[in-house]
Design a binder for this molecule. Structure first.
Ligand code: SF4
Ligand code: SF4
Ligand code: SF4
Length: 257
C-alpha cells in the first residue's frame, strides 16, 4: 500500500509495440476510476515521475528479447506482490518472437555489418520463462474489458477470470457461420477464448493471438486445415505465429504435419 492507503501499481513495457499499454491509456470510461482506487507509482509511458517500487501489482507488457531485460524483469518481480503479464508478447512471446524462426545472426550481419556481435538479441521468450507470473491477460492487444475486470478482481482479492475454452465456443454462441466452411484457415478450435470471437465475427480467420486453449485438439486442427488446402508450412506458421512456445509442447512435437 502507498502512503495514501491505496494499492501501488507499476506498469512496465519490454519488447512489443506498446499497444497494450496504449489500450490502458485508452480506457476513457474507466481510467479515472482506476486512478482513484490505485496509486500508479511507475508508468514511464504515462508519467514523468516514477519510483522504484515496491508495488502491490505489476503489469508487464512485452517479450524478453535482450539479456539486459532479464535482470530488469527479475527486479520487477522481486519488488511486486502480484505480477500480471499483459498481451501476447508477455504471455506467449507474441509477434516479436517470429524472430526466433529466422537466422538472427544473419539478419544482424545484414543490418549492422561487422559490428553485429555488439547487438544484444537473445531468443525471444515470454515473461513466464524467467519469472513467476501470477496471472496472464493474453491477446494482441490485451483486451481492455478483460484488463478492467482483472483490476476489479485484484482489488477485492479475487482471481481474474480468463475463459478456459476455445474461441469456437464464443463464435458458436454468436451464431457465426464457420469460416472453415469457406476455406479460411481459422485457428479458433485451438485458441483460448476471451475476445468474443472478434475476428471470425468480422469474417476474418482467428490468427491465434490469445494462445493455446486448454486441452486443444491440435491433431484435429492440422487435419482440418490441410483438408481445406493449407500446406504443412502454413499450418506450422499459424501455430507458431503468436506463440513460439507451442513448439515446446509435447502435443506439438507429436504432430504429423
Ligand atoms: S501483445 Fe500486441 S499490442 Fe501488445 S505489445 Fe505485443 S504486439 Fe503490441
Ligand atoms: S469460424 Fe473459426 S472460431 Fe468460428 S466456429 Fe469456425 S473455426 Fe471456430
Ligand atoms: S479471434 Fe483469434 S486472433 Fe482474433 S482476437 Fe480472438 S484470439 Fe485473437
Amino acid at each position: 500500500m502507498g502512503n495514501n492507503g491505496k494499492p501501488t501499481v507499476g506498469i512496465f513495457g519490454f519488447t512489443g509495440c506498446a499497444g497494450c499499454q496504449l489500450n490502458i491509456l485508452n480506457l476513457e470510461d474507466h481510467l479515472l476510476d482506476i486512478i482513484s482506487l490505485v496509486d500508479i507509482t511507475s508508468w514511464v509511458m504515462a508519467k514523468a515521475e516514477n519510483d522504484d517500487g515496491p508495488w502491490d501489482v505489476a503489469f508487464v507488457e512485452g517479450s524478453i528479447a535482450k539479456s539486459t531485460d532479464i535482470e530488469r524483469l527479475k527486479k520487477i518481480r522481486e519488488k511486486s506482490g502480484v505480477l500480471v503479464a499483459i498481451g501476447a508478447c508477455a504471455t506467449h512471446g507474441g509477434l516479436p518472437a517470429l524472430r526466433n524462426l529466422a537466422d538472427t545472426d544473419e539478419w544482424k550481419k545484414e543490418v549492422y555489418g561487422d559490428d553485429y556481435e555488439r547487438i544484444d538479441a537473445i531468443d525471444i521468450k515470454p515473461v513466464s520463462h524467467y519469472v513467476k507470473v501470477d496471472y496472464s491477460l493474453p491477446g494482441c492487444p490485451m483486451d481492455k474489458a478483460e484488463f478492467v475486470e482483472a483490476v476489479k478482481a485484484l482489488l477485492i482479492g479475487k482471481t481474474p477470470y480468463i475463459p478456459q475454452y476455445s474461441v469456437c465456443g464464443e463464435c458458436k454462441a454468436k451464431e457465426n457461420v464457420c469460416l472453415l466452411k469457406e476455406g479460411k484457415f481459422c485457428m479458433g478450435p485451438v485458441v483460448q477464448a476471451g475476445c468474443d470471437a472478434l475476428c471470425p465475427t468480422y469474417g476474418a480467420a482467428c490468427e491465434g493471438c490469445r494462445g493455446p486453449a486448454p486441452e486443444a485438439n491440435w491433431a484435429a486442427e492440422v487435419e482440418i486445415l490441410k483438408k481445406i488446402g493449407a500446406t504443412s508450412e502454413d499450418v506450422k506458421r499459424k501455430f507458431l505465429k503468436y506463440c513460439p512456445s507451442v513448439a515446446d509442447m509435447e502435443e506439438f512435437k507429436e504432430l504429423e504435419f
